[in-house]
Design a protein around this ligand. Structure first.
Ligand SMILES: Nc1ncnc2c1ncn2[C@@H]1O[C@H](COP(=O)(O)OP(=O)(O)OP(=O)(O)O)[C@@H](O)[C@H]1O
Length: 393
């Protein structure tokens, strides 16, 4: 039997005015229409835009929906509507059960009240009774690691402390629906890992909506994804890896940048020997480097590094070099890395040219090319390490 739907959004839209003056004016207009029973204006008026347009989805108990998109795509606006902080102009939102939300840093806290008082306030707003909160209080304080500071006014808390308290209340009370915005990014790594563990613990009984710019976090906890752009859905589905790749595709940066150029070599070119710079997983990776030698007497050394879409270094390709004597002419070098076992994705290539192995950089170019790796298996991590079972007892 399928789990019960706890969050349902049907054709939800929200418009905003670009200026505060217009926003106030339209607000008053809408209020009067509301009071007099006249139908509200459904179309965009001058200077208005759709911050969220026509979004529908369902999240069942045990599921986590990831919302991704550029800054200003409309994610927070959608979350605020789900949490009831603002109402949609069109469409309906239905939520069953108690909602825990961690939306804006410090939102929902009363700054002059202590951490302890805020726990009671926030948990009561979610819908828990005093007795239920009493039972959970110690666990919340311990989870937030705020034992020493729990009776201090929240206005004196650091941003990390506020996030810890907010998450502790939202997640320790084990609500039916949990809405988490980017705020987790503020926590330190230890706390973020603890939050993951808590999310893993509550997910079987909870429907979660999670907004993040960290694709590793999204891939780690979400089973469905919506990619938003200018308020609209650009991709929606259960293929989280596909949504993440589409998001990364938006950042593909084709700009080469030359960081070092001692004019010792000229006309440097790097070419991937594959159609559209695309290879399949486990294919040989062939590429050529060409240059015109102006001043060198020995062949220089080329080091080729690969970076993933988050710009993290993934691999350094090296080869055994014999420093041949060279003339002042054009050279074309062919290289091959046998069986490239990198997972599906886009990798950017940087090349550094040293006069000799690990010595004296004469040329360096970042993002000289992008390598696309295709794979039939969609959701592999960067490396597939072949392992052997050596003994069975
Ligand atoms: N109260 C408001 N009045 C007018 N415009 C608003 C209001 N709130 C948000 N917007 C605008 O609506 C659009 C969507 O904003 P929103 O904060 O939902 O984006 P987001 O996807 O959450 O972005 P980020 O990743 O930066 O948090 C933006 O253009 C923003 O400037």
């Amino acid at each position: 039997m399928e789990a019960e739907v706890l969050i349902k959004a049907e054709n939800v839209s929200k418009k905003f005015a670009k200026s505060l003056k217009k926003s106030l004016f339209y607000g008053v207009q809408d209020l009067i229409s509301g009071i007099t029973g006249r139908e509200q204006n459904k179309d965009l008026r001058k200077d208005e835009f759709w911050a969220v347009k026509d979004i529908s989805f369902e999240v069942r108990r045990g599921e986590c929906l990831g919302l991704i998109g550029h800054n200003g795509a409309g994610k927070s606006t959608l979350l605020k509507m789900l949490n009831g902080l603002i109402s949609p102009d069109e469409g309906t939102i239905t939520i069953k059960g108690k909602i825990g939300a961690l939306i804006e840093l410090g939102a929902g806290f009363n700054p002059i009240l202590s951490g302890r008082e805020n726990i009671y306030n926030n948990a009561a707003v979610i819908g828990f009774t005093k007795k239920e909160i009493d039972q959970k209080l110690d666990a919340i304080i311990a989870f937030a690691e705020l034992e020493e500071f729990i009776d201090m006014p929240v206005q004196n808390y650091s941003s990390g402390m506020k996030v810890r308290l907010g998450f502790a209340v939202a997640a320790q009370m084990e609500p039916d629906v949990l809405i988490i915005d980017e705020v987790l990014a503020v926590g330190d790594l230890g706390f973020v890992m603890k939050c993951y563990k808590q999310i893993d613990k509550i997910i079987p009984n909870t429907a979660i909506i999670f907004v993040s710019h960290s694709m590793s976090m999204i891939s780690r906890i979400c089973n469905q994804i919506i990619l938003m752009e200018h308020g609209k859905v650009e991709f929606q589905g259960f293929d989280v890896a596909k949504g993440v790749n589409m998001y990364y595709g938006k950042f593909v940066n084709n700009n080469q940048s030359i960081l070092v150029d001692d004019k010792v070599i000229e006309d440097f070119e790097f070419k991937i020997e594959a159609y559209n710079n695309t290879i399949n997983w486990n294919d040989d990776f062939n590429f050529t480097i060409s240059f015109v030698n102006k001043k060198l007497s020995k062949m220089p050394y080329f080091s080729i590094s690969l970076f993933d879409k988050e710009n993290k270094p993934i691999a350094l390709m090296y080869y055994k070099e014999e420093f041949l004597t060279i003339d002042r002419q054009k050279y074309i070098l062919n290289f091959c890395h046998k069986k490239m076992q990198l997972s599906r994705g886009v990798y950017s290539i940087n090349v550094t040219v040293n006069q000799s192995f690990n010595n004296n950089i004469i040329y360096r170019i970042n993002n000289v090319q992008q390598l696309f790796v295709e794979s039939e298996i969609e959701d592999l991590p960067t490396f597939l390490l072949e392992t052997y079972l050596t003994k069975l007892n």
